[in-house]
Structures are given as structure tokens and as C-alpha cells.
Ligand binder design. Structure first.
Ligand code: ADP
Ligand code: MG
Length: 260
């Protein structure tokens, strides 16, 4: 056998810089009779910021949740950095920690301090040493602008600050991908921008991100790509400028007419 032929037999799922960071192929999912995800095919290259928009109930949250297997799929395949997510067990916990997720509700542990909220994952899942976890957490809190609140409890912080802690907590696991599911929609309007600013800087630093949001300013500034979902399908897949100025489908025109 020639070495060239041997080269072609290398396992194709060895990740390299050209491997998509996220790939979904022919993904199908039902909730009972509801076909919530229909033939979803997406490849997200490293560093891409994907904005997901669409009417309520179109499957945006379910799509996010399948990417780290918070929701199982019926068929199809999901890969993160070239690796198929296992269905369960320790390998799943490890791979799941490669995917950080930030939800609409901040989901911080109320009885733990801000610092403890951020160090918990690294201590438990990453088995990091205490001093190292603390050091890393303080740096992350600095990065999201709340290092001086480290010893407070979540209830003592504003919604915008809590959501920035939630971002720091996800980043503490050193994820390859960050998923954001309507991260600003539960916030008072004056706090939206401070969270979007943190997300914008994360995008600029090259993080691969999937962001469900209707914040058009953010989508246009930080987004590389827009997926428009309706009834469990991806109806449009284009760049933000095209989507917001000249959507091609009637569904998207109708949707934009309601939110703009
Ligand atoms: P979106 O985030 O776009 O608003 P979701 O992904 O939350 O949409 O929901 C898509 C559809 O799936 C909705 O009709 C919703 O009611 C339904 N759904 C979501 N989660 C569940 C569940 N755990 N069980 C049954 N139906 C669900
Ligand atoms: Mg949702």
C-alpha cells in the first residue's frame, strides 16, 4: 500500500481546523405528534456567530438544546468539533461541558456566591485545583465586568449582572461553543446592552456561537449568519444584512413585519 493511499484511510473524524465546529445532519425530532425539528442540516465553521430567529414555538430552543443533548433526537447526527455526542454517561458529561449554554433565566445557584457559581463546574467536572479555579473565575468575572461582586449572592445583583455571571460560569468550563437562548429577553431594557456587549466581545475573540435572539442591532453587528426557523424547519440561511433588508420567504417577511 502506498503512503498516499494510507493517508486517505485516516479516520475522517479527527478534528482539524477545517472540521466544522458544529454539524447537524438530517436531524429529526418529535414531541409526540409535534414534528418539532424537521430535516435540520447545518454546518457551523469555527468562530462563526449564528443568529437564530423565528416565531415563538418554531423550535429555536429545542434546536439549541439538542446541540448539547439536553434533548435527545429521533434520528440524524450531531457533531461538536467532529465528535458525535454520545447518548449518555461520562463521555456525554465531558463533551457537554465543551458546549456552554446561557438561558433566558439566569439559573444561578441562589445559595452560592457569585465566585462559587463560577468555580463549581471547573472543580467538579474539570477537576481543577481550588486556587486555580478561583484565579480563573476572578479573571472571567473581571472580563464580564463584575469582579468586585465575587462574594455577593445572586439576589444581590441586577438581572444584567446575573446574566453576565451566567456567561462567566459557562466560559469557566473553557467551552468550544457557546449557545445563547434569548439571553436578554428577561432583562429590564436598560440592562440589555451590557449583556450584548459581553457577547459582542466574545464574538470578536473568535468564539463559535449560536444565539437565539431578536436583538437586531446585535444580530447585524456581531452575527455572521442568520437562520430563520418556522414550524421546525430552517426556512432561510443567509447573512444578517440580507435577512433583515430583503428576506426571501413570505414567512420571514411576515415575521419581520411583526418585530421591527
Ligand atoms: P421556540 O424556542 O422557537 O419558541 P421551542 O423549541 O421552545 O420553540 O418549542 C417548539 C415547540 O415544541 C412548541 O410547540 C413547544 O410547545 C413544543 N415543546 C417544547 N418543549 C417541549 C416538551 N418538552 N414537550 C412537548 N412539547 C414541547
Ligand atoms: Mg425558545
Amino acid at each position: 500500500m502506498t503512503s498516499a493511499a494510507a493517508g486517505t484511510e485516516k479516520p475522517s473524524d479527527e478534528p482539524d481546523s477545517t472540521t466544522p465546529m458544529i454539524s447537524l445532519s438530517q436531524v429529526e425530532k418529535h414531541f409526540g405528534d409535534l414534528h418539532v425539528l424537521q430535516d435540520i442540516n447545518i454546518e457551523v465553521p469555527r468562530g462563526q456567530v449564528v443568529i437564530v430567529v423565528g416565531p415563538s414555538g418554531s423550535g429555536k430552543s429545542t434546536l439549541c438544546r439538542t446541540i448539547n443533548r439536553l434533548e435527545p433526537i429521533d434520528s440524524g447526527e450531531i457533531r461538536v468539533d467532529g465528535t458525535v455526542l454520545p447518548a449518555e454517561g461520562k463521555a456525554l458529561a465531558k463533551l457537554r461541558s465543551d458546549v456552554g449554554m446561557v438561558f433566558q433565566s439566569f439559573n444561578l445557584f441562589a445559595h452560592k456566591t457569585i465566585l462559587e457559581n463560577v468555580t463549581l463546574g471547573p472543580l467538579k467536572v474539570r477537576k481543577m485545583k481550588k486556587d486555580q479555579a478561583r484565579e480563573a473565575a476572578l479573571q472571567l468575572l473581571e472580563r464580564v465586568g463584575i469582579a468586585n461582586q465575587a462574594d455577593k449572592y445572586p439576589a444581590q445583583l441586577s438581572g444584567g449582572q446575573q446574566q453576565r455571571v451566567a456567561i462567566a460560569r459557562a466560559l469557566a468550563m473553557n467551552p468550544k461553543v457557546m449557545l445563547f437562548d434569548e439571553p436578554t429577553s428577561a432583562l429590564d431594557p436598560e440592562m440589555v446592552q451590557e449583556v450584548l456587549d459581553v457577547m459582542t466581545s466574545l464574538a470578536k475573540e473568535g468564539m463559535t456561537m449560536v444565539v437565539v435572539t431578536h436583538e437586531m442591532g446585535f444580530a447585524r453587528k456581531a452575527g455572521d449568519r442568520v437562520l430563520f426557523m418556522a414550524d421546525g424547519r430552517i426556512v432561510e440561511d443567509t447573512d444578517p444584512e440580507t435577512f433583515f433588508t430583503s428576506p426571501s420567504s413570505d414567512r420571514a417577511k411576515d415575521f419581520l413585519g411583526k418585530i421591527l
